[in-house]
Design a protein around this ligand. Sequence first.
Ligand code: GLN
Length: 454
Amino acid sequence: DAYLNAIEAANPAINAYVKVTADKAREMAKASDARRANGQAGALEGIPLGVKDLYATEGVHTQACSHVLDGFEPRYESTVTANLWADGAVMLGKLNMDEFAMGSSNETSYYGPAINPWRAEGSNANLVPGGSSGGSAAAVAALMCAGATATDTGGSIRQPAAFTGTVGIKPTYGRCSRWGIAAFASSLDQAGPITRDVRDAAILLKSMASVDEKDTTSVDMPVPDYEAALGASVKGLKIGIPREYRIEGMPEEIETLWQKGIAWLKDAGAEIVDIELPHTKYALPAYYIVAPAEASSNLARYDGVRYGLRVPGKDIADMYEKTRAEGFGQEVKRRIMIGTYVLSAGYYDAYYLRAQKVRTLIKRDFELAFEAGVDAILTPATPSSAFAVGDESLASDPVKMYMQDVFTVTVNMAGLPGISVPAGLDAKGLPLGLQLIGRPFEEETLFKTAHVIE
Ligand code: GLN
């Protein structure tokens, strides 16, 4: 009830929830009380969570914040949310996001932007919470849930976490099942939590992660007790500082934040080493070929027949065209156009195949650093703090918006785990985050190191 009241009070201004499932929440909470009374409490018993609208929730409207999925009520539950409910968590509702998770500001949502609860000092202007998991981050930051599910294809967990002073982890590709999460770019998509602190992230990820026969890319490895890793010493841990992340035009205060993070870890006994990740500068352009290519294929299924919206036409082809023209927003259409272009005969070799080769080189950069003994890599999470809703220079130039992902996409391209942890405020009093990147399936290293920084 406390959380439902908080949502009622704060959501009209913040627009983090696109659907509140109050009746379901009370029903789940009651069942939770009963289990507790019987001494059968699960790991998350009674913990109220918000769910990104990309996750299919059985009998609950699921739309990926796209007009094209109007009215879609799945008859199945995503594996990740099913895992959370099996551990006793309670669902509060569905959270706002960029349409089909394409964006870095939550402004491409069919429901309009979620608003960052933070304000710059001396200003009352609305700021974006980041994206695509903007609703998840805003809801956690505004205390409208105890934690939230999110997804990260190119930074959509870590960038919103950095913009809202929350913690977000994208686990290793394969850690969580993607089953029942609307696919954007299947080789990059991963589920993960956004929470108030590192401990909560550790607890939620433990519950979300599992091998799943319905997702053959999920990995059959024991899920460690991440919480147990917290408080362990980072003494002797080798932390790599990649020079290529010192990009041109990066604000001074991002550099200062990075130096602070380095000093904190050094003080805690970690060994700081300079490393090279020479293919970093190709990651963003390669990502914006691979991700749209996969998206154009994945989004072919929204044809007016199988799901949601149908706009009648004079024949079936006309119906497909009208449904897709009306159902998808501008950014999604841009991705479909880019994706079909780079996959088309004649351009496939020049763009898609090349981007895949670049991807292999990016992955190799990280492997070489890890083979040389580096345990984790420290970088800024974003090139700036939260920007204004409707920022003209970003709205008019999609490439500028894509630059938001410059520090985060490498991790998805290489399939590695990455965490964003709040590390201080900028001159305007807005939160900034640091990112830690780890070896495959070594999320524990990230949790214990992030815990030193928070
Ligand atoms: N901003 C990136 C994009 O628009 C990342 C999105 C994501 O991680 N889902 O593709």
